[in-house]
Ligand binder design. Structure first.
Ligand code: ATP
Ligand code: MG
Length: 568
């Protein structure tokens, strides 16, 4: 392809709203163009790379027996009502009516549609296993779309769904997809980590996320030895209890703490370490009933852990100040568990404290020498904190280190959640009706595209991996008026075409400096410089984008040299 025959416009400057390198580079290279917040056009270069990712995904799935379909973006409300997700998904689901007042949403995910698709087809035990996938546009009304394709509102996802007869068979399907994902992300050339992820109310460790490791990743990954989990769920080892030490419960005492509303202020004033102060937080459960959670002063509450502990569909909502006052008679900062008539859940790290300080449920007062049992009943103890670097992982007994990642894939064992809600059943060998076991498997195809740029760039531009680069070769033709040069170019073009190597020829009337800058920005793996000077010497310059290594190659060996570099 010649530059003057295609539609590429590079930018010197990135737009102000592009915060991270990959977003800036995707825009500057003209791979994508913003239409509205979180909504982009894939221009030709971006689309070429996207198609190469799709091809890798299709190859790895097709060879594992997955079957491709294409389901609709527009989905009727009735299907989403069957699983109660019309309500549960909240405002993330973009809903609208057609001219007949029928309600629809844009597909944020396709469990409902695919379960509806198969429930009429998979009737016999002979029909299994099945794995159905598509590469389709999704829409999620993200509150804060950002980082370009990383968190879009409209984005491209590969979503697959497995259907099995038994839990064991469903585990095999899960494993197969896990391996497919390993193969896909390896072929794309990622440095990635696989971490345990939130399974919601389903439980078990049958949910893994695939993360591209990158400084600007939105997710924190907690890694301890060969265990890795998303921060959302990373468990922390409970401290060993102090049963062996006799602790005298001291007399409960109220004391004035005027204007001391934060843990840090309280710690400074009392001289007690933040980790030994106890803070009380208030939430609402699914029945709108309030409950309290006790945490050590230096810990942060983890809403996902709370959601899972209390078997809720979504993380609990925090009470606002007014609601806290209604429950406690005090403002946040002066509240505590003593005298409350609501459930009180306590983090394991609080469980080992004694004679501790809490709010007195009276503004500007605290209680000291508070003890479990004597002063209040704890409903249940659990792990409710956000893990921190250095915390001990109960799986390995070793401390955690933190890495940042971009979630590009997610495999999830669903069990019978959707098949049950939607009546997807089959008849087993004995003619007995059974509910289908399901799994779902997503790859953020458009996010993957940008994640690759995030992991592969330098100060000059993108450094595309060979696997998905829009073009493999960038030829800078420096003087298209030179007939000898054009004939040499045509020869190289012919040879590259015959070898099935895709290339872009920069045939614009621009200075060499401009062309080289753009070649670095676009970042295809190999650059060839075709100038009049080189032609006379009989040698052409070949540059490897990733290492910037320059090679002088005899003209008739250029295509072989390129082939060698691309295959290495
Ligand atoms: P996130 O936690 O990043 O919001 P998610 O866990 O809600 O994502 P899934 O439902 O697991 O997303 O979707 C499957 C894949 O789709 C994700 O692993 C991710 O790669 C991609 N994805 C999800 N949301 C977006 C988005 N807003 N923009 C681009 N890709 C997305
Ligand atoms: Mg996910």
């Amino acid at each position: 392809m010649r530059w003057t025959d295609t539609h590429i416009f590079t930018l010197r400057e990135a737009p102000a709203d592009a915060e991270i390198p990959s977003h800036k580079l995707m825009i500057r290279s003209g791979c994508i163009k913003k239409v509205a917040p979180g909504i982009f056009t894939y221009q030709n270069l971006g689309l070429r790379a996207l198609r190469k990712i799709e091809k890798i995904v299709r190859e790895e799935l097709d060879k594992r027996g997955c079957i491709e379909v294409l389901m609709p973006v527009v989905q009727p409300r009735e299907l989403w009502e069957e699983t109660n997700r019309w309500k549960e998904m909240g405002a993330g689901l973009l809903k609208f009516k057609n001219r007949n007042d029928h309600e629809f949403c844009l597909g944020a995910t396709h469990e409902e549609v695919v379960t509806d698709l198969i429930r009429n087809d998979l009737k016999s035990y002979r029909d299994f296993p099945r794995n159905i996938y598509q590469i389709q546009t999704k829409y999620r009304d993200e509150i804060r779309p950002r980082f370009g394709l990383m968190r879009g509102r409209e984005f491209l996802m590969k979503d697959a769904y497995s259907f099995d007869r038994t839990v064991d068979e469903a585990q095999m399907s899960y494993k197969k997809m896990y391996e497919a994902y390993q193969a896909i992300f390896s072929r794309i050339g990622f440095d990635f980590a696989i971490v345990e992820a939130d399974t919601g109310s389903i439980g078990g460790n049958q949910s893994h996320e695939f993360h591209v490791l990158a400084e600007f990743g939105e997710d924190a990954l907690m890694i301890s030895g060969d265990f890795a989990a998303n921060l959302e769920i990373a468990p922390v080892q409970p401290p060993s209890s102090r049963d062996d030490i006799m602790i005298m419960a001291l007399e409960l005492e109220e004391f004035a703490t005027p204007n001391l509303r934060t843990i840090s202020d309280l710690s400074k004033s009392t001289g007690v370490k933040e980790s030994e102060l106890v803070k009380t937080m208030f939430f609402r459960d699914e029945k709108e009933k309030p409950f309290a959670v006790l945490l050590c002063g230096n810990d942060e509450v983890n809403p996902i852990k709370l959601k899972n502990f209390l078997k809720m569909a979504n993380p609990p909502e925090m009470l606002d100040d007014k609601a806290v006052f209604e429950v406690t008679g005090a403002s946040p900062g002066s509240c505590g568990p003593v005298g409350l008539k609501i459930p009180v859940y306590s983090d394991n790290r609080v469980a080992v404290l004694s004679n501790f300080i809490v709010g007195a449920n009276r503004d500007d007062f605290h209680l000291r020498n508070v003890n479990f049992k004597r002063d209040f009943e704890c409903t249940e103890f659990g792990d409710f904190v956000v893990a921190k670097e250095g915390d001990i992982c109960p799986e390995t007994g070793k401390p955690y280190t933190v890495r940042r990642g971009i979630e590009v894939g997610h495999v999830f064992y669903l069990g019978q959640k959707y098949s049950n809600a939607m009546g997807a059943k089959f008849l087993d060998e004995n003619g007995k009706s059974k509910t289908i076991e399901m799994g779902c498997y997503g790859i953020g195809v458009s996010r993957t595209l940008q994640a690759s740029v995030e992991q592969n760039h330098d100060d000059d531009g993108i450094v595309w991996p060979k696997s998905i680069s829009p073009y493999s070769v960038h030829i800078c033709a420096l003087d298209m008026k030179n007939a000898k040069l054009v004939s040499c170019l045509e020869n190289i073009e012919k040879n590259l075409n015959e070898s099935g190597i895709d290339f872009l020829v920069d045939d614009r009337k621009e200075r060499p400096g401009v062309k080289f800058k753009d070649a670095d920005l676009l970042g295809f793996p190999v650059r060839v410089t075709l100038g009049s000077k080189g032609l006379e010497s009989g040698e052409i310059e070949v540059v490897i984008r990733s290492s910037k290594e320059k090679r002088s190659v005899p003209i008739d060996r250029v295509v072989d040299e390129i082939k060698g570099i691309l295959e290495s």
